[in-house]
Design a protein around this ligand. Structure first.
Ligand SMILES: Cc1cc2nc3c(=O)[nH]c(=O)nc-3n(C[C@H](O)[C@H](O)[C@H](O)COP(=O)(O)OP(=O)(O)OC[C@H]3O[C@@H](n4cnc5c(N)ncnc54)[C@H](O)[C@@H]3O)c2cc1C
Length: 463
């Protein structure tokens, strides 16, 4: 007789592993099934963490190459040891995935190694053994969406996984897709010396983010040397010995042109991953986009089976998956687990960074909500000037009647950290005046947040 559990989580990404830890903290007997050789899912192995490691390394290289001189620092002949940079990335990933393994041991979560298949409600098969459980949590994540006519080989035509592993800097990298992942990886390889062209179907970058921020972001990235081809679609790719030839047409149709690339990165989005889970047989319903359908408590249509993270609807973000993991564990423990989807930040870790939370001007207009805008540029922030990084601005959107903060958008240095204050403002139902009246340290980048909050009421002090 195999072991039985209170909860079996399938998938050890940020949704699954956090859920397993929280359920164990709450006194449940928990197992987590993971088929990858290491824990941590997409995020730790081939996503957030390795991309941030390369972003940091390439940013350091760019600083040394182009910006140290302004500070009076000479570095002589700069060299790039890409093998060392990639090895460091591996070390960062290694430390993180080992950390999750340690947390599993500490919390007595059993790691069932192998692919999990749901054979019936309350039964999960792993490597030929069937385990019984009161509850099953599907946390199997997502993988890269394919594009017809563009066949990925992870060498010449790569997904983000291959783009994080390149052993040489490509002469010309063409990125299909102007979303978060495409732009972060464009930045990495542009900084390391590649010519980069981004082809995007829409007339703007980072769809879903505030339009004004997106336009300014495009200008900043163009100034850094990334080329953009918006309103364009890739309809085919031919591989040859000396690279890939892409066929590109206007999005609305028209005359096709050819673009040559050494490496093509396909980054048009991600799709839910449910392969081999056996959902058909147990009757778990999917929505029209292949995501596992859940109710407000993360329950699927089959009693005892729940789902969280990238495999369900909502932004495909690690911290969103984590929040859902905690919430569902608490619900199973009879508590009131809840996720506030109005307060989930999204960050693009380029430099400057882009960070966003809550409503955009576009969504407010669409909903017919009357709002006020407060903006403050980093050119007027003392700390940003001292750092030499003044591109961008903070923008706060507040309800016209109540002054409640409805959304916040930042393009600028450390935007991903700065946004936390405004996420908290939304979570606490704060007004722009509440933020404006808080004492912010000087000189700090956060002062730009305070000034934008003051600007909502037309009383910014330093502009
Ligand atoms: C290049 C890149 C950069 C990113 N950067 C960021 C970022 O900076 N910030 C951010 O918030 N998000 C980022 N993301 C997105 C983030 O990685 C995902 O939102 C997050 O990993 C989703 O977590 P998850 O737990 O739902 O699934 P995943 O992390 O995808 O984990 C699912 C796990 O389930 C396993 N699995 C699947 N099926 C089975 C099965 N049948 N049996 C056993 N195991 C199974 C998989 O092997 C995988 O390990 C990035 C993604 C990529 C690709």
């Amino acid at each position: 007789m195999s072991e039985s559990f209170d909860v079996i989580v399938i998938g050890a990404g940020p949704g699954g592993y956090v859920c397993a830890i929280r359920a164990a903290q709450l006194g449940m007997k928990v197992a987590c099934v993971e088929k990858r050789a290491t824990l941590g899912g997409t995020c730790l192995n081939i996503g957030c963490i390795p991309s941030k490691a390369l972003l940091q390394s390439s940013e350091n290289y760019e600083e040394a190459a182009h910006h140290f001189a302004e500070h009076g620092i000479g570095v002589g002949q700069l060299t790039l040891d890409l093998a060392r940079m990639q090895a460091r990335k591996g070390e960062v990933v290694g430390a993180n995935v080992k950390g999750v393994e340690f947390l599993f041991k500490k919390n007595k979560v059993t790691w069932l190694k192998g692919a999990g298949k749901i054979t019936a409600p309350g039964k999960v098969e792993v490597e030929g053994t069937t385990y019984e459980t009161k509850n099953i949590i599907i946390a199997t994540g997502s993988d890269s969406a394919p594009l017809k006519g563009v066949e990925v080989d992870e060498t010449q035509i790569v997904t983000s996984t291959g783009a994080l592993e390149l052993e040489t800097v490509p002469g010309h990298l063409v990125v299909i897709g102007g979303g978060v992942i495409g732009l972060e990886l464009s930045s990495v390889w542009r900084r390391l010396g590649a010519e980069v062209t981004v082809i995007e179907f829409l007339d703007r970058l980072v769809p879903g983010m505030d339009g004004e921020i997106a336009r300014q972001f495009e200008r900043v990235l163009s100034k850094q040397g990334i080329k953009f081809k918006l309103k364009s679609k890739v309809t085919g790719a031919t591989k040859g010995k000396d690279g890939v030839t892409l066929t590109v047409e206007p999005a609305a149709g028209g005359t096709a042109e050819e673009i040559k690339a050494d490496v093509v990165l396909l980054a048009i989005g991600r799709r839910p991953y449910v392969e081999g889970l056996g959902l058909d047989a147990v009757g778990v319903a999917l929505d029209e986009r292949g995501r596992v359908k859940v109710d407000g408590h993360f329950a699927t249509n089959v009693p005892g089976i729940y789902a969280i993270g990238d495999v369900i609807a909502g932004p495909m973000l690690a911290h969103k998956a984590e929040e859902e993991g905690v919430a569902v564990a608490e619900i199973l423990a009879g508590q009131h687990g809840h996720v506030n989807y109005a307060a989930i930040p999204g960050v693009v870790y380029t430099w400057p960074e882009v960070a966003s939370v809550g409503e955009t001007e576009e969504t407010l207009k669409e909903a017919g909500t009357a709002y006020k805008v407060g903006k403050f540029p980093f050119t007027a922030n003392g700390r940003a000037r001292a750092m030499g990084t003044t591109d961008g601005f903070v923008k706060i959107l507040a309800d016209k009647e109540t002054d409640r903060v409805l959304g916040a958008h930042i393009l600028g240095p450390d935007a991903g950290t700065l946004i936390a204050e405004l996420v908290m403002a939304i979570e606490f139902g704060a007004s722009a005046e509440d933020v404006a009246r808080i004492c912010h340290a000087h000189p700090s980048l956060n002062e730009a947040v305070k000034e934008a909050a003051l600007a909502v009421d037309g009383r910014a002090l330093h502009i």
